[in-house]
Design a protein around this ligand. Structure first.
Ligand SMILES: *Cc1c(COP(=O)(O)O)cnc(C)c1O
Length: 450
């Protein structure tokens, strides 16, 4: 098993991350526990910044939806990256952390008028406009405020990335982006150019996630610059910025071998330069929006093993104290993970077991047929590459409190998110007046429905 980032096995045969013994982390913070490797996050941010942001005007926008907390926003700011948000809630989180608004871009296929107002009020760096309806809405809102806003148009380039169907986003039949078919994208460019309060900076595409073959990006660049040439022929406008989205894969198992960030940058730059030259277009500046490739491998989830059940001749189920509530990706996408027994980290695998969650769903599984050393109740299981789309997709199904998130580095462990309590679970619950018991009628109004 190849360990990620600063993970190693210490003299006590325990898994250690960021210089912290995971057995001690589990004792101190409880399980399930998300452990984030600070050094690996920073290293990935730097690799992106050096590969892309060194170019004049180039921008690396960390995709907030992957994993965002106020502390994470601070870390991203310290590393000098921008932020790609997709909701008012993500924008709010970034602003609450004091993230510089001019480095925030707003993506998403259905931003509400209120969210666009929030973005305009914060004077964010730009809005990635997804569709004709949003273009009209934003143009109107910006004009009413008398405020000019930078925009990129998200184009659906009609490129199928080689990845799971549910995380493909660039194909023609997608809920995302202006379609190239039927002249919809071209009409969008004309509309944006004629809108008095929109400053069209360029085009955007995002073809999918967990992409391991760079050829998909080359195809996207080809399609985007072909469109740029067509739009210039029709309008005279050439894009200054080409945002190629996120999507670079992470290593979940030995089968995943994502190319290094530097290679992604080289491929994108060469493709953009080549295609721009072929069409006689000025070479646009590249923006990227990585998420998974920055935090995916930096996250490890620790679980305590509970019930173990044998079905003779079928399989052994090992149940842990979390599951689809902290990691819904297995149920959602049949995602495959690797795990080790963290308190006997170097022990050789000797049996094949399936690791189940504790939720009331048969699909609530974390690993099918994983090779592990003999596992007992009370063991600590570490599941790797859970930094992306785990905490951010977590739920309270079965009223399980969401786990804490701890940032580890240099032997220190600091909470990014506290563990939810039972009290947190009912914090927003209200008992309507007509369901109140007589003795509750005298309780303060705060306990009653408004
Ligand atoms: C999800 C998303 C990203 C990040 O994708 P990763 O695969 O995590 O790198 C970037 N841009 C947009 C528009 C997205 O929707």
């Amino acid at each position: 098993m190849r360990l990620r980032g600063t993970a190693r096995i210490n003299a006590r045969n325990h898994l250690e991350i960021g210089g912290c013994d995971t057995v001690e982390l589990a004792r101190r913070f409880g399980t399930p526990l998300y452990v984030m490797d600070e050094a690996l996050i920073r290293e990935n941010c730097r690799a992106y910044r050096e590969a892309f942001a060194s170019e004049a005007g180039g921008m690396v926008l960390y995709a907030a939806k992957t994993f965002l907390t106020t502390g994470m926003a601070r870390l991203v700011d310290e590393e000098g990256l921008g932020l790609d948000v997709v909701s008012g809630g993500e924008l709010y989180t970034a602003l609450a952390a004091g993230f510089p608004s001019e480095r925030i871009y707003f993506n998403g296929n259905n931003k509400s008028p209120a969210e666009l107002e929030e973005a305009l009020a914060a004077r964010i760096g730009g809005v990635v406009v997804d569709n004709p309806s949003e273009l009209a809405l934003l143009s109107d809102l910006a004009a009413r405020r008398g405020q000019r806003v930078a925009v990129l148009l998200r184009i659906a380039p009609g490129v199928q990335a080689h990845t799971h169907e549910y995380i493909q986003t660039g194909q023609a039949d997608s809920k995302f982006g202006f379609p190239l078919v039927g002249g919809v994208a071209l009409a969008g460019v004309k509309e944006a150019l004629s809108a008095s309060h929109l400053d069209l900076r360029g085009y955007h595409c995002h073809i999918g996630s967990q992409i391991l073959a760079l050829e998909s990006y080359r195809a996207a660049v080809r399609a985007m610059l072909e469109f740029a040439a067509e739009a210039r022929a029709a309008t005279g406008y050439a894009p200054e910025v080409l945002d190629l989205g996120g999507g670079l894969g992470a290593r979940y198992t030995a089968d995943d071998d994502p190319p290094p960030i530097e290679e992604l940058a080289r491929t994108m730059r060469a493709a953009v330069a080549e295609e721009a030259a072929a069409h006689g277009l000025p070479c646009p500046t590249i923006f990227v929006e990585p998420g998974r490739s920055i935090v995916g491998e930096a996250g490890t989830t620790l679980y305590t093993v509970g019930a173990i059940k044998d079905i003779p001749g079928v399989r052994r189920y090992v149940a842990v104290d979390g599951g689809m509530t902290d990691n819904p990706r297995v149920a959602l996408y049949q995602a495959v993970y690797e795990a080790i027994v963290a308190n006997r980290a170097a022990d050789a695998p000797s049996e094949v077991v399936s690791v189940a969650g504790k939720c009331c769903e048969s699909g609530d599984m974390l690993l099918w047929d994983a090779a592990l050393p003999p596992v007992e109740r009370g063991d600590l299981l570490a599941v790797f590459t859970t930094g992306a789309y785990n905490y951010s997709m977590a739920s309270n199904y079965n009223r399980l409190p969401r786990p804490a998130v701890v940032l580890v580095g240099g032997g220190r462990a600091r909470l990014l998110v506290a563990r939810e309590t039972y009290a947190d679970l009912i914090r927003l619950d209200l008992i309507p007046e007509d369901l109140a018991r007589p003795e509750e009628k005298r309780l303060p109004a705060a306990r009653q429905a408004p």
